[in-house]
Design a binder for this molecule. Structure first.
Ligand SMILES: Cc1cc2nc3c(=O)[nH]c(=O)nc-3n(C[C@H](O)[C@H](O)[C@H](O)COP(=O)(O)O)c2cc1C
Length: 281
């Protein structure tokens, strides 16, 4: 897969053609879901392709997603055991799947807020120690968006991302990282910057230190955790962003490891340290 092309092509699709996927396409989707994605913290998120009729009857799409999604016949829902960094690994894994689906021309939309999780628990066979961090519809994008969706988009401005200078620092939070100093990491940082996030809040920040290590943080919006309690949506956001970073590095032949080394990471108020990436030479 060409990661950079997929990252640039992906956008949230909320209006779908109300048609079934061809047998061949469905098979491809199934294969993508079945491939285990290696994740940084070793959690084991699992995913299922759920056809809409297996949700409760009635206006089925409305039931699962409060009307935010129209026409979707299929969802990819997943579950993971409640363990440290489960939301991060879930974000990393489902975004990897989403990027692969994007290369097939399929539309998706991360849903962590506007979904009724209990509607997906039965079809997923949710175990007592598991929860559903987020889901996505999957299908052929409709040609036109509803007026309702256009209005929603005005609120979050989904195509806009924060500038490089706001997100990435050198040696200490707040100190500008010059793009020219990032060398072989420039593309990976740009792919991170283009990541989707809940409410397009873009809570990720990074410090690149003089030893060549990247330290990643969350700049949290408190409201997010108050509204959605089942999952830590901003930790999912970071998992998504770092899948873009990691997959781009891998595609560019750059190896590294993920570690939580809070002693080495420079700290700053308002930033929550999460994880570091160290190059392996
Ligand atoms: C973890 C997560 C949760 C999200 N939850 C929702 C949601 O509940 N409803 C929704 O309509 N969009 C949701 N989104 C989509 C974001 O609003 C969208 O990704 C962001 O505005 C950027 O737009 P883009 O995906 O088109 O690039 C979510 C995105 C992420 C990453």
């Amino acid at each position: 897969m060409d990661i950079q092309e997929a990252v640039r092509k992906r956008k949230s699709v909320r209006d779908y053609l109300n048609t079934s996927l061809s047998g061949e396409l469905k098979e491809q989707v199934q294969q993508i879901i079945n491939e285990k994605v290696p994740v940084p913290f070793g959690n084991k998120p699992r995913f299922s392709l759920i056809e809409n009729q297996s949700l409760k009857s009635g206006e089925a799409v409305k039931i699962g997603t409060y009307g935010y999604i129209k026409g979707a016949k299929y969802f990819i829902a997943g579950a993971v055991e409640r363990k440290p960094m489960a939301d991060f690994d879930y974000g990393y894994a489902l975004e990897t799947i989403i990027l692969k689906l994007t290369t097939l021309g399929l539309g998706t939309c991360w849903l962590g807020g506007t979904l009724r999780r209990k509607d997906f628990a039965g079809p997923l066979g949710l175990a007592p120690d598991e929860y559903i961090p987020a889901i996505t519809p999957v299908g052929i994008p409709a040609a036109n968006e509803r007026f309702f969706v256009k209005i929603q988009k005005l609120r979050v401005n989904p195509h806009k991302r924060k500038e490089f200078e706001t997100l990435f620092f050198y040696n200490q939070p707040g100190i500008l990282l010059e793009k020219e100093k990032t060398g072989r990491y420039e593309q990976a940082l740009e792919m991170l910057r283009l990541s989707p996030s809940a409410d397009n809040f873009q809570p990720w920040r990074a410090v690149f230190d003089s030893k060549g290590i990247f330290h990643f943080y969350l700049k949290r919006s408190k409201i997010m955790r108050t509204v959605i309690k089942t999952a830590d949506l901003q930790l999912i956001d970071l998992g998504i962003a770092l899948s873009h970073f990691d997959l781009t590095l891998k595609e560019n032949g750059i190896a590294g490891t993920w570690e939580q080394t809070s002693g080495e990471a420079p700290l700053a108020s308002g930033l929550e340290y999460v994880v570091s990436w160290k190059p392996v030479f």
